[in-house]
Write a protein that binds this ligand. Sequence first.
Ligand code: ADP
Ligand code: MG
Length: 274
Amino acid sequence: MKGSDMLLELDHISKIYGDLKAVDDLNLTVPQGQWLAIVGSSGSGKTTLMNMIGCMDTPSKGSVMLEGRKLEDLSAKQLADVRKNMIGLVFQKFYLVPHLTAVENVMVAQYYHSVVNERQALEALERVGLKERAHHLPGQLSGGEQQRVCIARALINCPKIILADEPTGNLDEKNERIVLDLFRDLHEQGTTIIVVTHDALVASQAEREIMLGHGVLVGEKWNDEAARTAYEQAGGKPAFTGSSAEGAQRADDLPIGFADPTKSAKTGGEAYEA
Ligand code: ADP
Ligand code: MG
């Protein structure tokens, strides 16, 4: 796999608001099927980065490439198609329509994809273990169940990439576990997962973690050595900020220590952001 065969390539991307560099000259490649966590304290640029990956925002500088296509070269229509066909979004807030049942909420998303089909919507709910709750309103569902409806909704277009921004931020441990198990199933089916999280336990489930601080890369670590070897053998490089000469280094000799998530997993206390 050459660099250009990566599913996602971020080439020196920045997002600048006045004097603030929310994301500052970031380089990252993600192959098909990778499960990546993006961690960092509040305001470090995680959501800004996700929005650029998800075609919801454009970089001030640099390029985002999906399947070798530069997003900046696409027309509005093509961009909308990429968003529709390739990407599934899951947020911390559920954004469910309160007066529609679970299955109807999934069907709203189908409507957007022009494929309203109740049977398929029920199947999507079955996939996330919610068949029995299909005709309940969001207010009659627990937080974890509501988030699973959102995941079902995100899956209806069989997206290549799931982008999840703090998906377990509103969940208790038990429901967090259920959502992580769903991500594991999707990962095993080959879906690329990029999850932004404050939670060290959630991050530790990913194959690879990158840490942002003030918009720049401050750490990278692998939780799955086999995945790392495969990535490196395929020509995958560590993420970096700025020029590759000063930035591209191996995860184990980064200048700034990557807070070890295993030491702050939910069992033991704090997440990244104290
Ligand atoms: P995170 O998701 O890591 O908490 P964000 O990506 O939301 O961080 O924000 C990164 C920085 O960019 C913050 O300082 C935030 O205030 C700033 N920021 C985000 N969006 C905007 C915007 N639309 N206009 C101005 N500043 C923004
Ligand atoms: Mg955020």
